[in-house]
Design a protein. Sequence first.
Length: 161
Amino acid sequence: MGPRARTLLTAVNGTTVVGLVVALAGGAKIRRGRDGVLIGENYRRRVPPATCFTVGSVIMCRRSAEWLLAEERSALFGHECHHRGQYAVLGPLFWPAYWAACGWSYTATGSWGTRNFFEKRAGLHAGGYPTDLPLRPWVQKVRGRAASGPPTPPPGSPSAD
Ligand SMILES: [Zn+2]
């Protein structure tokens, strides 16, 4: 899907309008970004705590548009643009799906992003999420029980033969 299709779809499915409202409510100034992306710069609300977050084709940023568009931030910009593609596909369904994914990730690892399908697709490292958090012990246990066959012994355990 090209950038123009994403711009069009997020406009039609209403998520960009919501993004503009969120930006204005957060005291942000709307600036033109790249590829039809808008940037709500100097977003001032304390929630959410992230430096950047995306709603429709609008990327909210606590810093200036220039800061986000700088070459050294291209991975972060790409990460947020990936979320825009998710909004283009899912429309308003993005929100319940994303929060469910956050809930699962937090339950399993204590991080909102590490096991979050949407953040994994957008790139954990670029989004500032830890990539190597283990599952919480009880989740490992439940998953071990659900899987067929004996659990794999941890490295260093004596072998059966
Ligand atoms: Zn993200």
